[in-house]
Structures are given as C-alpha cells and as structure tokens.
Write a protein that binds this ligand. Structure first.
Ligand code: D5M
Ligand code: MN
Length: 502
C-alpha cells in the first residue's frame, strides 16, 4: 500500500493539525481507507458472514467520522475505489493471497478455541468489497453526502478533485492513510486522523518551498517527486534492488532529470536492473500523472493531467494501462454508485441466493477485485482479452444479505436516537447519532468508545505501511505555489511483463 517508506522519510514535513482548519471547505475522503479501518472492529463477522448487525459496524465507523467533519462545518466528499488498473494486478494478487492465508490461519485458531488470535488473523483477512462500499453509499445518498466512485483508483480521482476549484467540485485536502496520494500530486493530505479530528498533514507546496530542512526538496517539482516515489517502490513497480526512498531521493536531487537517473542506475546496477525497468518505470510514472478519472462535468472519463506528446501518439488500446476507456454511460453509472465497478452489474441485479448465475454482461476490460471472503462476495470469471470482455458472476458462497435489511441499515447502525443532530440545517432526522461531541453524555458512548479505541490500536498495529507510524512534532511553514509540468514517456510493453520476471 503506497510508496515504500515515504511517510517516514517525509516526517520533517508532517504537521499536526486539527481538521477544523478546513471549516467551510470541501475535504475528500479516501473511502476505502475508512472502510478498512471500520472493518477491523467487525472483521470476524464480515469474514464469516455471521447473522446479526455487528458486521455493519464499519458503516458506523464511517458515519461517525462524517458527522465529526460536519460538526466542524466541513463538507465531506467520499471517493470510492473502482476497478483495478492493469499494472496493479500483481499487488492485488499478492494482497488476495495474503488475505486467503490469514483467513485459513484464523479458521484454525477458531477451531482451537483461541478467539483472540482468530480475530487478529481475521483483521488481516478481511476484504473490502464493492458491496460493502455500496451499503455505505446507500446511507450517504439518503444523507445527501457527496460521493463519487472512481473508475479505477480512488487516489487518482482524489488528486483530480484536489486540482479543481471548490466551485467546480474541487476539494481542499484529502483524508487518507495512503502515501500514494502524494505521488499522485494531491496538494494536502491528512494522515492518521483520529475520531476527534486530530491528524498529521503534509502540504506538498510547503515541502517544495522549504529552505534549510532535510531532506531537501527545493529543486523538486511534481514530476521529480513522483519519479522519486516510483524509484522507491510502489504498488505498480517494485524498486531496483538496493534502491529505497533515501537513495531515490539522493539520485533525483543530484541529477534532477529522471532519464539521467535511470541511465546512472543502469550503469550502477548492471544486470540487477530488470531489462524492461525503463519501460515499466515510465508506465508507472504515467499512471501517477495521467490515470483515467471521472469528470463529473462532462460525465466522461478524462486523464488526471493531459497526456504529453508521446502518449498522445498511443492507440486507445496502448493507453489501457492508464485504466481502459469506458463509455460515458458506464462511467457515470459507476461514479454514481449504480454499477459495481468490478462486475459491471447493477447493484440491484445481484444473482439469486441459490448460487446459480443470474446473468452475464459484456463490458469493457475490467479486472477482478472481489474476493469470496466476506459477505456478499462472489468469485467472478473473466476473459483476459483486451477490449470487450465478458464477466460472469458464477457463484455466491453465501446468501446475500437481504435487501430489506440493507434498506434498514440506518436504523441498524444507530437505532436508538434520531433526536440529536450535528448540523440541523443539513441533516435529515435519521442521521445516525454518533457524533462524538454530542454523545458524550449518553450512556451509549461507552460502548462506542470501546469499539473506536480497539479499532485505533488495531489499525496502528496492522497497517501495512511502515510509513504510517509515530506522531510527528515538527512544525514549519513556508508557502507558495510551484507548478510542475508533466512530460511523458515512451514504450510498448506493460508493467505486467516486468512483474512476471521478478
Ligand atoms: O488502498 C486503498 C485504500 O485502502 C487506501 O486508503 C489504503 C487502504 N487499505 C488497503 N489495504 C489496507 C489494509 N490491509 N489495511 C488498512 N487499510 C488498507 P490502495 O493501496 O490504494 O489499493
Ligand atoms: Mn494507493
């Protein structure tokens, strides 16, 4: 997840903030990051698809944080992940197989009667599915909370929104745990935000403009920064042996040109450097700069930043590595949460509970994300040919949760109180009453604190990035704008070719 060791390396630039800094602003949320955190407190229930309401605890987690933001007069904009981009296939495969192993370990621990150990493993086994996202989206809709499902990576969509003015739907900052957001060019990212709104922020312009602080980024622009991230190792491309974030930073600082860095690296590393590293590097860089995102204005896919000369000469198919093109109707149906971005099935078109396939539809090239590990999951089979592709839902391992049940989710997550509102002007009477500032005096608070507390501890322990550790004290400022131009790149082969050799 993210750029290896980036946040640790950037520690001198991390400032403790409170989210109220963004009062009266729009703030983007990497929704899967909250879904992951929220799922820790009910991972066993999700993995085993147990009866009862506990498995919906993740919704409570998300709504709690949303309400906290609204309490501070912030407009939350939730951005959900869509389909996988091709160059992340290996990473997804590795994540899938780790989760599978952890699930097996969890089941073994459960059999032994060691529930605590089992829960720990279930936390590492839980997979967030589009159906879980859909359940949250249903609540968001009814609460008039803004959201968008990205065609591919939420990271790229968030970076796009960060580049827009507020009146065009733009956001002033992003809340996430994923250091990729910085590589994608988000200007302000808030990490490790707690239930009270305390977090740690990196503002990229401050990083570029800071004088006298180490590591120095004075001679960096966005492209060099992203290049450094790719060199250090990312979800799309592992680093060359012996190259970590510090070495990547040193090389980019010294040569200030990515082609030169690659030549030097080739000279230094010789055979240790995979043959197609140049190509794969350029592709990974291009994904961070030009990934396909959804433009709500035109209701079409667009590139995060306009393609440079070289990429403009590519055919449509050759550009699939940036996320295959989708028709306007598909893109907007995904963005609005009508279509499952992985199966391209409508969310009201789930197969019947008897395990038989309901239907298959022809869709553009989408890659698999769902896993048969949590409730409502079903394996899918897809052809690997580019272009039009058939994706068939073949089975359901568990009966789906009843739709009636979903429609009652709001009651489930906070059944007892419809009487207290965070922002009466904006809220309907059914808003889950889980705002920390309003609930302190209520008896239910104890219960929730327990859940929240255990979640926070678990998340801090479990998150896979070594980056997201430890609080940071340093405070410095210097602002001003610095614009980076994105140039691009050459090549034919895919990053997958590279992965298949390492
Ligand atoms: O990750 C998408 C989002 O989900 C990002 O915010 C990180 C978060 N994520 C992904 N996997 C995990 C685990 N295992 N624990 C906690 N949070 C997670 P992306 O890397 O962009 O696919
Ligand atoms: Mn990411």
């Amino acid at each position: 997840m993210g750029i290896k060791d980036l946040l640790r390396f950037m520690k001198p630039y991390v400032e403790p903030i409170h989210i109220k800094k963004y009062a009266h602003k729009r703030v983007g949320i990497d929704a899967y990051s909250w879904l992951h955190k929220g799922a820790y407190s009910c991972s066993m229930e999700l993995c085993l698809n147990t009866e009862g309401d506990k498995k919906y605890q993740y919704i409570n987690y998300c709504m709690h944080r949303i309400n906290m933001l609204r309490h501070h007069n912030i407009t939350p904009v939730l951005v959900f992940d869509g389909g996988n981009i091709p160059c992340k296939a290996l990473t997804e495969q590795q994540r899938h197989s780790k989760r599978k192993d952890n699930r097996e370990l969890a089941m073994a621990k459960l059999k032994e009667g060691d529930t605590n150990a089992a829960i720990e493993m279930f936390q590492r086994a839980v997979s967030i599915t589009p159906l879980m996202a859909h359940q949250l989206i249903q609540i968001l809709r009814s609460e008039n909370i803004e959201f968008v499902v990205a065609p591919y990576e939420a990271d790229a969509q968030l970076a796009y929104l960060s580049s827009l003015d507020a009146d065009k739907g733009g956001i002033a900052a992003v809340i996430s745990e994923d250091s990729d957001l910085l590589a994608y060019g988000c200007s302000s990212v808030i990490f490790k935000m707690d239930r009270y709104g305390n977090g740690e922020e990196i503002v990229i312009d401050k990083v570029f403009d800071s004088v006298g602080r180490l590591p120095s980024f004075l001679h960096f622009d966005k492209e060099l920064f992203t290049g450094m991230c790719v060199l250090a190792g990312c979800d799309f491309l592992p680093s060359v042996p012996g190259i970590g974030i510090a070495k990547a930073h040193a090389l980019v600082s010294k040569y200030r040109n990515l082609d030169r860095v690659l030549s030097v690296l080739k000279y230094d590393k010789g055979d240790q450097m995979p043959k197609d590293y140049f190509t794969s590097f350029r592709e990974a860089l291009a994904v961070f700069q030009h990934a396909r995102i959804y433009d709500a204005d035109s209701k079409r896919l667009k590139h995060l930043t306009p393609l440079g000369e070289t990429l403009l000469n590519y055919s449509d198919e050759e550009l699939d590595f940036l996320g295959p093109e989708l028709s306007s109707s598909q893109a907007s149906a995904i963005a609005e949460g009508q279509l499952d971005p992985c199966t391209m099935m409508g969310f009201n078109e789930f197969p019947s509970c008897n395990g038989q396939p309901k239907k298959s539809i022809a869709v553009n090239n989408r890659s698999m994300k769902q896993e048969a590990t949590t409730e409502g999951c079903f394996p899918i089979v897809s052809s690997s040919k580019p272009g039009t592709k058939k994706i068939t839902v073949v089975d359901r391992t568990k009966p789906e949760p009843s739709l009636e049940r979903l429609s009652n989710l709001k009651q489930l997550i906070s059944p007892s109180n419809n009487d207290i509102h965070v922002n009466p002007a904006k809220r309907s009477s059914v808003v889950p009453n889980n705002n920390p500032f309003k609930r302190k005096k209520e008896s239910t608070v104890l219960n929730e604190c327990a859940t929240e507390h255990s979640e926070v501890t678990e998340v801090e322990d479990l998150e896979m990035t070594p980056n997201s550790q430890k609080s940071v004290e340093s405070k410095k400022k210097v602002t001003s704008g610095k614009k980076a131009e994105s140039k691009s790149e050459s090549n034919k082969n895919t990053i997958l070719n590279f992965f298949s050799r390492v």
